[in-house]
Write a new protein. Sequence first.
Length: 209
Amino acid sequence: MTDLTRSKNLPKLSDVVACLHSGGVVMLPTDTVFGLAVLPTQTLGVDRLYALKARHRTKALPIMVANAGQLADLGVVISIAVEKLLNCPFMPGALTIVAKIDPQKCPDWLHGRDEVAFRIPNLPFLLDILTQVGPLLVTSANLAGAPTQQTVGDVLAQLTGAPDLVVQGDAGADIASTLINCSKNPAVIERLGAVSVADLSKWVAVHHG
């Protein structure tokens, strides 16, 4: 695969789209921490992403979508809790939702899973990418179990290898998104991040701790 890594200049949107379609792994700033992104249909790219993070393959990767409309193609079941959170002030933003999926409606790459974690980011460049290529597997750009880093150099130094394309820029925050599991009732906060328990409690019944 052609090495598309950039060290100084911000790649064009077309560069990122081309890299993803070729099966590449893209490192890019998000509205939370730096992320690693790959098209879920590119098997070799997904393998490389897991390897870059030294992440165990039993741990599923979260998904980013451009809007709620893309969830239908993933077979996401829109429960009452999910619908409320899709319409809350933290969406788009630093909130990752776990929802059940319909095995009769989900794509092949989601077969075997009964739930999926998804997020709609609040970053125009990233939303443009997602609009063009569709849902992406996007996970924090750090070694599994290690803290997230705040600069491109520190992120690259921590990973086991180099992504195929690096988008320069600053991450939007030094804390990951809050992860809330809406496949359970009440919803369970599985990772406390940028959105607080108090704020979420205004929209759905939640359990934490």
